[in-house]
Design a protein around this ligand. Structure first.
Ligand SMILES: O=C(O)c1ccccc1NCC(=O)[C@H](O)[C@H](O)COP(=O)(O)O
Length: 262
């Protein structure tokens, strides 16, 4: 595990332990959104022309400030209008400036599939995701054992949530593949050096079993990259900073998608 992931996970364990005492599971289960019918991102990506999963991210360990001044609901509306297949909402506060309220606000204005982008280490966070309007959760192979991936993904499926498993290399892929996953995401960002290489997606593409929807994550800054990655079987493309660094992320996503459709 890299240093930054070590730090994030240490903080996350503490945060989850504290939150469990403040909002018990029974309370999360009583949230109005808890029994909402979810929408499958995996199905959307399989049927979509663009496959764009547009992210809401205010800051990050690799880039510090990206965009602090915008309203998440406006961005969600803009992304939906642009025709994205789904939206990713970072809910980590300390490292990314996000929150569960961001997820709730995005859900209040849009029906598109929402991914809770979080460092999931505990079933409690899946219940939180469900209660705040998520359709999809992320599991990161670099911070979880095979047993943890199995129990968390099976619990997510029991809550009707799609599961996106993120990998960075062949070892993570081989030890993580299992039927309770819907999508396999290759993160092009090396979380030790923060260097981004689209070649990571290309190299891992052929060993990802066809049963899973392939998603390429991070460092996607132009439509040519997407055209190229489609040749490798990718159906989903997670784009954060490229949209979020602009004054109007929805408008940027719209222009990007129009170019992709030309
Ligand atoms: O973005 C980071 O710096 C980062 C650091 C440590 C762990 C995760 C990190 N990012 C989360 C993501 O997966 C990206 O936000 C997402 O793939 C979008 O990437 P980009 O289009 O490059 O903003």
């Amino acid at each position: 595990m890299s240093n930054i992931l070590d730090k994030i996970i240490t903080d996350k364990r503490r945060e989850v332990a504290l939150k469990k005492n403040i909002i018990p599971v029974s309370q999360l289960e009583s949230f109005a959104l808890f029994n909402r019918k979810t929408v499958s991102l995996a199905k959307n990506l399989s049927n979509s022309h663009t496959g764009i999963i547009a992210e809401h991210k205010r800051r990050s360990p690799s880039r510090s400030v990206i965009n602090q001044g915008l309203n998440v609901a406006d961005i969600a509306l803009g992304y939906e209008k642009a025709g994205v297949s789904g939206m990713s909402v970072l809910t980590d506060g300390k490292y990314f400036g996000g929150s569960l309220d961001d997820l709730l606000l995005a859900r209040s204005v849009t029906g598109i599939p929402l991914l809770r982008k979080e460092f999931i280490i505990d079933e409690y966070q899946l219940l939180e995701a469900r209660a705040h309007g998520a359709d999809v959760i992320l599991l990161i192979a670099a911070v979880l054992s095979r047993e943890e991936i199995k129990s968390l993904s099976e619990f997510a499926k029991s809550l009707s949530l799609d599961v996106l498993l993120e990998i960075h290399n062949e070892e993570e892929l081989h030890r993580s593949v299992m039927p309770s996953l819907d999508m396999l995401g290759v993160n092009n960002r090396n979380l030790k050096t923060f260097e981004v290489s689209i070649d990571t997606s290309k190299q891992l593409a052929e060993i990802i079993p066809d049963d899973f929807v392939k998603v390429s994550e991070s460092g996607i800054s132009n439509t040519e990259v997407i055209r190229d990655l489609r040749q490798y079987g990718y159906k989903g493309f997670l784009v954060g900073e490229n949209f979020m660094k602009t004054e109007d992320p929805g408008q940027s996503a719209s222009a990007f998608i129009k170019k992709l459709e030309e």
